[in-house]
Design a protein. Structure first.
Length: 344
């Protein structure tokens, strides 16, 4: 029996990891258009677009994790049923409970980990992605450094950028203690160096002087000049977290009715690995053709998610209905136990 348990757990790991990667890739396809938009509109530089994608993948991880568990279990028992290995185990006098016990215990442990994913990892990932976009509004490359603008947001720096059809030159005034510098250039383009934004000035001159000492005036011509900008703009305030972006600890501190509804929703969703294992075992045995089993599993998950979305809308209207979040869980639990009992 130990050999069977080790075999099932090994198969669960072998099929679960590829399923997780595949499902995560499918779920992230919806973000590709957003990523392209961020690149094309230059809302974020390329390396920050990758960072934003990472946070979005992390936010999708709990949903991909549950679906991958169901697909993995369905594939394992579909293969056992198709190869007649399940019948051989039953013929040897091994009950369904003994066969499925290792995976059910694993599902219980995975559900505990899933609560951490939905309670800590997902909300923090959502907030970090939001924070990245909020910071982009203060990014000179996207919101300040544009034709026809006068930039005064930087301390001791004023930047005048003419319109594209104008013959005027780019002009930068910079005050450094008792010294004043004036940069005048024909062209300007933002460039990223060493993780921060700089302005590449082309074909211009630098004038340096001290207002109290006119004789210190100096003038220097240049073909290219890299003008560094301050890393952070003054006045940036981190946005407040929404309920979906609050961790379980943050929701508990809020203590509002809406926060309690969100806690119950995450608690109900945390049991999905165990429930999907419970329903995936008989599903794989009954529908013992791999593709049909996976299709049925995906349909089951979609139905579960639609039910949770509908209940979330109802709980938003009346918080007293939040306990209904456990209704889909109970339906899956009852269905799984019923079909497991029929297999004996």
């Amino acid at each position: 029996m130990k050999l069977v348990s080790r075999y099932l757990l090994k198969e669960f790991q072998t099929t679960g990891l590829p399923a997780l990667g595949f499902v995560l890739f499918l779920l992230s396809l919806g973000q590709l258009f957003r990523l392209v938009e961020l690149l094309v509109k230059k809302i974020l530089p390329a390396f920050q677009v990758l960072e934003y994608w990472f946070w979005q993948l992390l936010a999708l991880f709990p949903y991909a994790f549950s679906l991958a568990v169901l697909i993995s279990v369905t594939l394992i028992f579909s293969r056992l049923a198709q190869d007649r290995e399940y019948l051989a185990l039953k013929g040897a006098g091994i009950s369904v409970g003994r066969i499925t016990a290792p995976l059910l215990i694993a599902g219980l442990l995975l559900s505990a980990g899933h609560l951490g994913l939905t309670g800590v990892i997902e909300p923090n990932a959502l907030y970090q992605g939001k924070l990245l976009l909020e910071r982009s509004r203060f990014n000179p490359q996207t919101s300040l450094i544009k034709p026809g603008s006068v930039v005064t947001e930087f301390p001791d720096i004023v930047i005048f950028i003419p319109r594209k059809d104008s013959q005027a030159r780019v002009t930068i005034y910079q005050r450094d203690r008792d010294q004043v510098r004036t940069f005048s250039a024909r062209r300007l383009r933002p460039v990223w160096r060493w993780g921060k934004l700089n302005l590449m000035l082309e074909d211009g001159v630098i004038q340096t002087y001290q207002p109290e000492k006119p004789e210190t005036f100096q003038k220097l011509s240049f073909s290219t000049y890299l003008f560094p900008l301050p890393r952070n703009l003054p006045g940036f305030k981190a946005p407040k977290r929404k309920l979906l972006e609050e961790t379980l600890a943050g929701l508990a501190r809020l203590g509002s009715p809406a926060a309690r509804v969100e806690i119950l929703r995450r608690a109900a969703f945390a049991f999905t690995p165990l429930l999907f294992i419970l329903i995936g075992i008989p599903l794989g045995i009954v529908v013992h053709r791999n593709l049909w089993g996976v299709a049925a599993a995906c349909g089951l998950v979609l139905g579960y998610y639609f039910a949770m979305s509908g209940l979330q809308a109802l709980a938003g209207l009346k918080t007293g209905l939040a306990a209904l979040f456990f209704l889909p869980d109970l339906c899956l639990l009852g269905t799984g136990l019923y079909f497991l009992g029929r297999l004996d």
